[in-house]
Design a protein around this ligand. Sequence first.
Ligand code: NAD
Ligand code: USQ
Length: 411
Amino acid sequence: MLGWLDGAQERQEEVARLRILVLGGDGYLGWPTALHLSRRGHDVGVVDNFVRRQYDHEMGVDSLVPITQLQHRVRIWEEVSGLKLDTFIGDLTDPVFVDNTLERFEPEAIVHFAEQRSAPYSMIDRQHAVYTQVNNVVGTLNLLYAIAERDPSIHLVKLGTMGEYGTPNIDIEEGFIEITHKGRTDTLPYPKQPGSFYHLSKVHDSHNIQFACRIWGLRATDLNQGIVYGQETGETDLHPDLATRFDYDGVFGTVLNRFCVQAVVGHPLSVYGKGGQTRGMLDIRDTLACVELALMNPADKGEFRVFNQFTESFSVRQMAEMVAENYPGATRIEHVEDPRVEKEEHYYRAAHTKLLDLGLVPHLLEPSTIRSLLAVVDRHRDRVDPAAIRPTVQWRRTASELRPTADINAS
Ligand code: NAD
Ligand code: USQ
């Protein structure tokens, strides 16, 4: 057992110890968040149905960094830290599973990561769009009902996305905007213009959660998170078998992580279109810190609050340039035709002060951050499948292409 545990135990006395369920706790962000909260002295339960591992089989791709099975990871965590994690294997779209899990674990807070999170995956065809919205919206609705019926005091911390707002030609606020219309003023939900059926599912979730807070008096924090980069955290670094996944393929890989992989394997950095698409970004370690801050400063009864969870914004072109500058070898930036329908140049200024006000100290995208990410990739470069890098999903389609395909859940 490691020395830092003493610190964790001391801290336990200082801060409230919560019973926290982490939904999607086998995923890229859920797993390191579960470890982080466990290390901070909370009682943590992990919920997952392993569908993320199934998408890999469906797409014929794999995490760049090898990941071990959940039960193995949990055993290693116990060996390394002496701390236990409870596990609940099941699907949030199954209301009985959701209700039984809340009954057995009796959480005081729930962190909800458990959704299909890829925009390209949701745009493959009708089947994948329907799957994404059913999985995400129904899962969250089941959760809202279970919380309302079992214990409305549970604080729901829900992962939303900055992409809910789209790229309007005015400043983006944190969830709400004051509008004066025909002489009357009100504070209303910020208008949403999402860019994929996935991002739309998050908008639907936000509306449903806000409604549940208003009608049933639930308490919820919607974390409108930007794009996460990085792979290593203070806890996953403690043992190779605790590593979290790292996606680089054209469907699940996110932009900065992809650029690092492309640089290392000598693939041109694939800037879609003009590359002026600007997005809020954050380090994976800040995801953990933000979730913890939201948990330790809960929403009030009946309150639906929104935090914009990112630390800096960059255009895609800027990110490609930063990776190229920090990679010691030769790299080439290639502007490929944008497979998405999105603004390639636009105004972007989004508020993100609420988490800073709660005490977030961001890890910014320094050259050293990019170099350590490149080093992670370099260690696993032999696992890169160059065929997986190309973007394969097109947003544009004609009516004749909208034919049903096989059910992705059919074996
Ligand atoms: P991920 O796909 O790696 O993890 C999600 C986990 O949820 C997976 O382990 C999956 O098996 C599980 N899951 C999905 N549907 C489920 C269901 N119906 N029942 C039980 N488990 C289910 O995704 P991630 O990158 O860790 O993202 C986590 C959350 O954060 C998502 O909601 C995503 O929308 C949001 N988010 C991610 C990013 C990012 O850059 N990765 C940015 C902003 C927001
Ligand atoms: N892009 C490129 N080249 C690439 C890959 C992407 O130029 O090789 C561009 C895209 O066109 C897009 C931007 O980079 O303009 C971001 O794409 P992405 O795939 O990194 O991110 P996105 O599809 O928005 O989704 C990711 C996560 C999702 C999360 C979202 C946060 O997969 O779960 O919700 O980031 S946000 O973007 O703030 O909505």
